[in-house]
Unconditional design. Structure first.
Length: 452
């Protein structure tokens, strides 16, 4: 079975989604405020300067013409080139002179967090900040977060405008060279060198609209707010000099709903180097946030169809009380339980001795649980409508992709118990081959280095 290469797929997606002029913009996109030497340049440099000025005038005229025609794509192309060509002359001469100024670059990672809640997006932001600091010399990096409140729904526009009004172009008189927006609504921020690594949008306005995970009724004002949100999302994400997404699932949503292209770039787990394989016990586990869209209850419904299946659900969230009640209702108290929230060390230990992992959320953006299970060489049972986990399990052969029905999940759990440890290891290692390719160094090389 072919191994799914994260690096190869990311590079291929980058090639597919390059806009005209992107590579030129990256090569000439710095705006260092250096002081031009007073001495006259040699004739060869003077000729180059004249050539640069002619090119600047030509591109500026081209940008004006395309803007007048109202072509957003062409105008964006011209604007990027115009910005690149209007850098300080001393910077444009640097390569010709053979000199290189050592300057500190400043990067901000932007996050929106619900207070007192921490999940995959928060882990991603922390990992990215740590990775930039570790792998990009001469860079200062920090995380900027604002509290996020999603109700009442018309407030979403206010949340976007709060980010829009922020000035992150400089700090204490020092220019910020790059900002990296992540999830809604951080990409509303203004900055000439804004990148997007999209975690997700406000999904109730997109793929979750009209599903059981959306509100049953909306007011006219809320409907209007969602319509405006679509418009602003497309505009603000369209401003980014380059767009990445944390998965193919998120990238496909962005294309489908906003007609914007992006390159998938999978993040590794923060525990990438700590998770390790171990013996296969008799217990199937779920771990993650406990809410309705994660569908941990499907594992309990499936266990009820098998006389000896043992299931433990780890995590915390709004669905916890319902899950506890369901265990009692199904008569599973002797072999199924809630294990509560786990620290990283405890999770690593439980993963190492699990038999398999069930992770069947609805249309998941990414799902660290799949990656972390694979790092422990444990096969994963997921559902056909689970989004990125289903894509990854299917491509790697690292488990089972089944319909989101208790009977189908029970059949997969039964196979887990019938399989030998050797057979389970074959599936787990197939997934591990993908998971171990993911690295923060690769993320930084793709996402950060070309744009500084």
């Amino acid at each position: 079975m072919a191994v799914f290469s994260a690096q190869d797929s990311s590079r291929a997606a980058n090639r597919r989604t390059d806009n005209p002029g992107d590579s030129q913009s990256r090569q000439s996109g710095h705006r260092h405020q250096s002081v031009l030497p007073r001495s006259n340049p040699p004739p060869s440099v003077a000729r180059s300067v004249a050539s640069i000025r002619r090119e600047q005038r030509r591109i500026s005229q081209h940008s004006d013409r395309t803007a007048a025609r109202g072509s957003r794509k062409s105008a964006g192309f011209g604007a990027r080139w115009n910005r690149a060509c209007t850098r300080p002359l001393s910077v444009r001469l640097r390569g010709l002179r053979g000199g290189r100024a050592e300057m500190t670059k400043r990067v901000l990672v932007l996050g929106a967090q619900v207070p007192f809640a921490r999940g995959g997006a928060e882990n991603l932001n922390a990992g990215l900040v740590q990775a930039i600091a570790a792998h990009v010399p001469g860079v200062q990096v920090d995380l900027v977060q604002l509290p996020f409140k999603h109700y009442p729904e018309e407030r979403l526009i206010t949340e976007m405008m709060t980010w829009r009004l922020l000035d992150v172009s400089e700090v204490d008189g020092n220019r910020v060279d790059l900002v990296i927006a992540t999830k809604f609504p951080t990409y509303a921020v203004r900055h000439p060198n804004k990148l997007l690594w999209l975690v997700h949008q406000y999904r109730q306005a997109y793929d979750l609209a009209g599903t059981i995970y959306d509100r049953p009724e909306l007011t006219e004002l809320e409907v209007a707010a969602r319509r405006k949100l679509h418009e602003l999302d497309t505009r603000f994400m369209g401003e980014c000099v380059r767009r990445f997404a944390i998965s193919e699932t998120v990238s496909e949503r962005l294309r489908r709903f906003n007609d914007l292209l992006s390159a998938p770039l999978w993040p590794p787990s923060l525990m990438q180097d700590r998770i390790h394989p171990g013996p296969y016990s008799d217990r199937v586990i779920y771990f993650g946030r406990l809410d309705r869209s994660k569908r941990a209850s499907l594992a309990l419904e499936a266990a009820a169809l098998l006389p000896a299946a043992q299931v433990t659900i780890y995590g915390a969230g709004t669905d916890e009380a319902d899950l506890r009640n369901r265990i009692g209702q199904l008569g599973l108290s002797d072999r199924c339980r809630l294990g509560g929230y786990l620290t990283d060390d405890a999770l690593i230990a439980e993963l190492s001795r699990a038999r398999a992992v069930f992770y069947g959320p609805y249309d998941e953006d990414y799902g660290y649980a799949t990656i972390e299970a694979f790092l422990a060489e444990k096969p994963v049972i997921t559902c056909s409508d689970s989004g990125e986990p289903a894509r990854i399990v299917d491509r790697t052969g690292g488990g089972w992709v089944v319909e989101p029905q208790p009977s189908a999940i029970a059949a997969a759990i039964e196979q887990v118990y019938l399989a030998s440890d050797t057979d389970l290891a074959v599936r787990g290692r197939a997934g591990a081959a993908f998971a171990r390719q993911l690295s923060w160094r690769h993320v930084v090389d793709e996402l950060v280095v070309p744009y500084l």
